[in-house]
Write a protein that binds this ligand. Structure first.
Ligand code: 5GP
Length: 133
């Protein structure tokens, strides 16, 4: 007999990752490490990636401590939207928007996340492959 509820039991959600304020982006936010800043406002900081993988490669990070995208909550909805709007604005300001740019968020080590402070990569200035590696 089929057991109701077991077949389609949802996976339990993984707990939010505890934010470790010793990460490199937290240190950039505190001014402990220099960065080539492109934009700053009350909610985010934008700076060039130290090891760019495209002719233009910058990062948009929230000032609010969030380790991974999956750790954001509904209360962060406006902040997440703001990060994307700023990503587009800075790409436009740098003159790289019209030729196309890519926006990437690596969520978790399995996706290549190495710095556990949420960040949006913006890549531009070269042809982009699909699917990404
Ligand atoms: P992730 O792999 O976590 O998605 O991306 C982290 C990014 O941060 C990488 O592209 C890496 O080059 C960049 N990064 C790591 N350390 C520093 C740093 O000290 N300064 C800057 N500007 N970028 C960094």
């Amino acid at each position: 007999m089929r057991q109701r509820g077991l077949t389609f039991a949802p996976k339990l959600a993984a707990p939010a990752l505890t934010y470790d304020s010793s990460n490199v982006f937290a240190r950039i936010l505190r001014g402990e490490i220099p960065a080539q800043v492109l934009h700053e406002d009350e909610r985010c900081l934008v700076f060039r990636d130290a090891m760019p993988v495209a002719p233009t490669h910058f990062l948009v990070i929230p000032k609010h401590p969030v380790a991974r995208l999956i750790d954001a909550t509904p209360a962060d909805a406006a902040l997440l939207g703001h990060l994307l709007l700023v990503a587009g604005k800075v790409a436009k300001d740098l003159g790289v928007a019209d030729d196309g740019f890519r926006v990437v968020v690596n969520n978790g080590a399995g996706a290549g996340q190495t710095v556990f402070h949420l960040h949006v990569h913006v890549l531009a200035g070269r042809a982009m492959e699909w699917p990404p590696g």
